[in-house]
Design a protein around this ligand. Structure first.
Ligand SMILES: NC(=O)CC[C@H](N)C(=O)O
Length: 360
């Protein structure tokens, strides 16, 4: 027999569905992703820490879960909301079902939710604090839990996902990248290795001279969960290194680099999450379809008072998707060129990073 599950939202909504995954109760900010595939990659993406993920695509789990697709070593989201769960997957490579996957990492799931209506509500209200339970909890208790949690802007999530020790990937490479791990995905590291660059992974709070001891050819700042403005240690390191090394950023990387040059950050109403976000390059006029997962953004107007130049914009809402620097060797993007999940339209950015380090 299938158990009942419930999701409560801070606006007073309580929705009932069927439980899957682990029997527990978790709180987080409820966000939606428009990706049609890639639930394994999204659920294991550290940038989802503190968030309860909802998929707008109506069927999840149909091709199972394979460990090769993980973007970190576990599920990072606080819960998963789906319209329909496939309990019997079919795929040549899969080693478990989505239900087994959530059980293994002790994460609750709810299916049978009208995800179209809930997405419309979030688009109107904005991302909402929620509580998801697969246990027996009264509606008003669950609502209290949803409302009592702190706002995602006010919590430190990066220390929860960043590496605790320095790690090296790739031996005997000509170029080596120092990667500050704010919540890196495996595909970001793999993207460098595939192009023949080695990677040294550093904790988010590593001081600048420690990084320079490794004599890197470039500095990469990764994606990561939560509010970039709270990531003061990484911002300090960037300020000390940006005139010493070529510097790159992806997602939170872009946000903290912008902040380190005095730009402002704001919380978006419902963010960009999915594998189909259109981005225009202002230099070439080319448009790319990109993979994204962020709820904060750099304020485009605030770039005017900085040495940063806007190079790319989002075609849905005009938010900044990339920039360069007047003098320094610097390239940032708000989207995920490494994909996982999503399209590979912007993989060439790794070649640009390489060229920038080669010529530096
Ligand atoms: N993927 C990311 O790096 C996300 C950055 C930041 N946590 C945001 O939501 O905007």
């Amino acid at each position: 027999m299938v158990k009942e599950a419930k999701i409560a939202l801070e606006d007073g909504t309580v929705l009932k569905g069927e439980a899957f995954g682990y029997e527990t109760t978790n709180v987080g900010e409820v966000v939606f992703s428009t990706g049609m595939t890639g639930y394994t990659e999204s659920l294991t993406d550290p940038s989802f820490k503190g968030e309860i993920l909802m998929s707008t695509y109506p069927l999840e789990g149909n091709y199972g879960v394979d460990e090769d697709w993980y973007q970190s070593d576990k599920i990072q989201t606080e819960g998963f909301i789906v319209r329909e769960l496939c309990r019997k997957p079919s795929c040549f490579g899969a080693d478990k079902s989505l239900d087994e996957f959530l059980k293994e990492f002790e994460i609750p799931g709810i299916s049978g939710i009208d995800t179209r209506a809930l997405t419309l509500k979030i688009r109107e209200f904005g991302s909402m604090k929620g509580a998801l339970t697969t246990e027996n909890i009264a509606d008003d208790e669950l609502l209290k839990l949803a409302r009592a949690q702190p706002n995602i802007q006010d919590i430190d999530l990066v220390p929860k996902v960043s590496t605790k020790e320095i790690k090296k990937y790739g031996e005997d490479m000509d170029l080596n990248v120092a990667l500050i791990d704010c919540g890196v995905k495996k595909n970001i590291i793999q993207g460098f290795l595939d192009k023949g660059m080695g990677v040294t992974l550093f904790p988010y709070d590593t001081p600048s001279d420690k990084i320079m001891d490794y004599d890197p050819n470039g500095l990469m700042v990764s994606c990561g969960p939560g509010n970039p403005e709270r990531n003061l240690k990484t911002i300090d390191t960037i300020q000390k290194l940006s005139n010493k090394l070529p510097i790159f950023g992806i997602c939170m990387g872009q946000q903290v680099i912008a902040k380190s040059f005095g730009a402002k950050i704001f919380k978006m109403k419902f963010g960009h999450r999915g594998a189909n976000q259109p981005v225009k390059d202002l230099v070439t006029g080319n448009v790319f379809i990109t993979s994204q997962n962020h709820g904060f953004s750099v304020d485009a107007d605030s770039l005017k008072d900085t040495p940063l130049n806007l190079t790319q914009v989002n075609l849905n809402d005009g938010t900044p998707e990339g920039f360069s620097h007047d003098e320094l060797v610097l390239r940032c993007v708000q989207y995920h060129p490494e994909a996982g999940p999503g399209p590979n339209d912007t993989r060439f950015i790794y070649d640009e990073f390489k060229e920038m380090m080669d010529t530096y």
